[in-house]
Design a binder for this molecule. Structure first.
Ligand code: UD2
Length: 353
């Protein structure tokens, strides 16, 4: 073969290898940049996105980088809390005071530059709770991190002006009022789903959806981050599962049979990675609407649907009742700190029905 032909063959081979490498690279990246809609298009009732996508999107969770200058108390696997259970049977951590190192966690999450979205609904007279909620959130909720509060209200003019720290802001979104509190509470899933699709994709990493008639008393921070995060309801955590107020009618999409169910979770606080909460909100909304078509409203509206969802789609992190206590309850000994708590309210005064 003449030397010129040899050179041409080498160049062609080189280009072919280059194109091969380029193709592999692009097809890998494509999996990451699939549009949000595409990722979740094929959703039957409680389907989850393909495993591959979940893994790719959970990079915030999987890669935990510390700093070698950091000195902290030596961890132990033989000493620690013995009065509470700190892991579920599917090996998700249950977060209690004394089970984590806040400084270490903040050091791990700070370089990730995360943004946390919060949804809070203040419809009708519930606007009265917003000031306290936001002011105490500024003192305790993800202090030092970027937080964007989305306030949904029918009274935008009554939203209080709160001084926010750098990197933190409030956006007010108008929603219609309603003369049924059940509807206000239940409609939240649809609004959360739409917010994620229209505003949060490519902007926020995590989202927490919280009840407004509550306030913060202690740290709620990076220890609460996870794929799908649920909070155990303070009213039932010592009870047998037969006493949990799940929806018990088999005709409902929120149905949980006797003998089933892990914990009873709060409707007033849940969260996680954007993609996980999107799937949760969309599934609960679809199931809620399917129930409505056959004239069913689940026992505790979206809280019942959330409990059904979490029974099948196990939360990857479970927050103890420290993360949603109730002011009218005296503190049990295992609750060493109350971080967030529902205020005492007179339902007759504040609900529309
Ligand atoms: C429980 C749950 C709540 C929800 C409800 C069942 C907890 C602590 N609370 O609380 O999340 O699952 O049962 O539907 O787990 N709201 C308004 N205006 C209204 C009525 C409600 O803005 O007129 C919003 C507000 O953000 C409030 C939330 O809906 O925090 C839940 O309503 P609630 O606090 O009256 O429900 P509650 O106390 O029965």
């Amino acid at each position: 073969m003449p030397p010129l032909n040899g050179k041409i063959v080498t160049v062609v081979l080189f280009i072919a290898v280059l194109l091969g490498v380029l193709y592999c690279y692009i097809s890998q990246s494509y999996r990451v940049v699939l549009s949000f809609e595409e990722r979740f298009k094929a959703s039957d009732k409680e389907a989850r996105p393909p495993q591959e996508v979940v893994v790719t999107l959970s990079r915030h969770e999987l890669h935990l980088v510390s700093q070698d200058y950091l000195r902290y108390k030596q961890p132990s696997i033989v000493q620690g809390r013995t009065d509470v259970v700190t892991v579920t049977p599917w090996l998700a951590p249950v977060v209690w005071e004394g089970t984590f190192n806040p400084g270490l966690l903040d050091t791990i999450y700070r370089p990730k530059n995360i943004t946390v979205a919060v949804t809070v609904f203040a419809v009708g007279k519930y606007i009265m709770f917003l000031k306290n909620f936001l002011e105490t959130a500024e003192q305790h909720f993800f202090v030092g991190f970027r937080v964007h509060f989305y306030v949904f209200t029918d009274r935008p003019n009554e939203v209080p002006q709160i001084k926010m720290a750098a990197g933190r802001q409030v956006t007010v979104m108008s929603v219609p009022s309603s003369n049924r509190w059940q509807e206000i509470s239940a409609r939240r899933m649809e609004i959360i789903q739409t917010l994620i699709e229209q505003k949060l994709e490519n902007y926020c990493d995590y989202i927490f959806c919280l009840d407004v008639d509550s306030k913060f008393h202690g740290r709620w921070g990076t220890e609460s981050l996870g794929g799908l995060v649920a909070v155990i309801h303070p009213g039932y955590y010592r009870d047998e599962r037969s006493r949990f107020p799940y929806e018990r009618r088999p005709a409902s999409r929120a149905y949980v049979a006797h003998g089933e169910g892990d914990f009873y979770y709060c409707g007033g606080a849940f969260g996680g990675l954007l993609q996980e909460v999107h799937l949760l909100a969309r599934t609960c909304r679809e199931n809620f609407e399917a129930d409505a078509k056959v004239g069913i409203e689940a026992a505790w509206q979206e809280e019942s649907h959330l409990n059904r969802y979490m029974w099948i789609n196990k939360p990857s992190k479970v927050l103890s009742p420290e993360y949603l206590w109730q002011d009218f309850k005296s503190r049990n000994s295992e609750v060493q700190i109350i971080r967030f708590s529902g205020v005492v309210k007179n339902y007759a005064d504040i609900r529309p029905n």
